[in-house]
Design a binder for this molecule. Structure first.
Ligand code: MF3
Ligand code: CO
Ligand code: CO
Length: 262
């Protein structure tokens, strides 16, 4: 299946799913505290999706080719975990940084978003990594307009992160999204301007840069999902689902608690 142009009806459905995903993060925010286990956060999210939102947790039992089914309703990636951290008995502690990544399905449409959370006051280098990663995502988002190319997005993200001495994870990327969780195109977080797919109104995809404080290399743990930095340096990630509009972009994963633009 090639890159789809969404209909007005699709876009309306994606606005709803995107808002619900963001509202789920809003709901979880006060619970991200020292002493809370990531499994407790997963349980809260699962119950909120099922009982309050009547959404489906897209990650639960998600099994792309070559993977065992993912066992939780969200991903919790703490400190040197890059992405796809599986919630468990680990208690969050002051000074941790945690990415919480949620994807909900509402009326067949997906909304996918993640934010970084500080558990207690953050160490200064951790805070800076999270800020620069957020700015990188926003630089990518601001590059979205009809006629721009995917390489333009990747380039500004990479330039900002590397300009601060950080590195971009290459093995994972943003993705088209709609009735499918992951669809074309792949949205790389590095690249060269003037290369790649040309954007058209009605495309919907995520921008979700993973930025490492140290080297870009990663490793997958024996659970088959958890991705960590090979050098154990800290890693941060932010994610929005965006729509290409007639004259720019619209962020679909917005709620009252969405952090302001960088
Ligand atoms: N939400 C992630 C993304 O941004 C995907 C998680 S898939 C899982 O694409 F199976 F690991 F949950
Ligand atoms: Co996600
Ligand atoms: Co995504």
């Amino acid at each position: 299946m090639s890159v789809q142009i969404k209909s007005e009806q699709d876009i309306a459905g994606m606005r709803v799913a995107g808002r619900l995903a963001a509202e789920l993060l809003d709901y979880l925010t006060p619970h991200v505290q020292p002493g809370v286990t990531t499994r407790e956060i997963d349980r809260l999210a699962h119950d909120y999706m099922i009982d309050v939102q009547q959404t489906i947790p897209a990650t639960l039992n998600y099994a792309p080719p070559g993977h065992t089914p993912y066992p939780a309703s969200l991903c919790t990636s703490v400190n040197h975990v890059v992405c796809h951290g599986i919630p468990g008995e680990r208690k969050l502690k002051a000074g941790d940084i945690a990415n919480i990544d949620v994807t909900v399905i509402k009326d067949g449409y997906h909304g996918d978003t993640s934010r970084m959370f500080f558990v207690g006051p953050p160490p200064i280098q951790a805070k800076r990594l999270c800020e620069v990663t957020y700015e990188s995502m926003w630089k990518g988002i601001r590059a979205v307009r009809p006629g721009a190319q995917l390489g333009d997005i990747g380039y500004v993200i990479q330039k900002h992160a590397e300009g601060h001495g950080y590195s971009i994870v290459r093995e994972f990327c943003g993705h088209g999204i709609g009735k499918n969780f992951h669809e074309e195109p792949q949205v790389l977080h590095y690249g060269r301007p003037g290369t790649g797919l040309r954007l058209m109104p009605g495309m919907t995809f995520t921008i979700e840069p993973m930025v490492n404080a140290g080297r870009p290399g990663i490793r997958c743990l024996a659970d088959g999902w958890t991705i960590v930095t090979a050098d154990h340096s800290l890693s941060a990630q932010w994610e929005h689902t965006v729509l290409v509009t007639a004259d720019g972009f619209e962020i679909l994963t917005q709620s009252d608690g969405t952090p302001p633009p960088a």
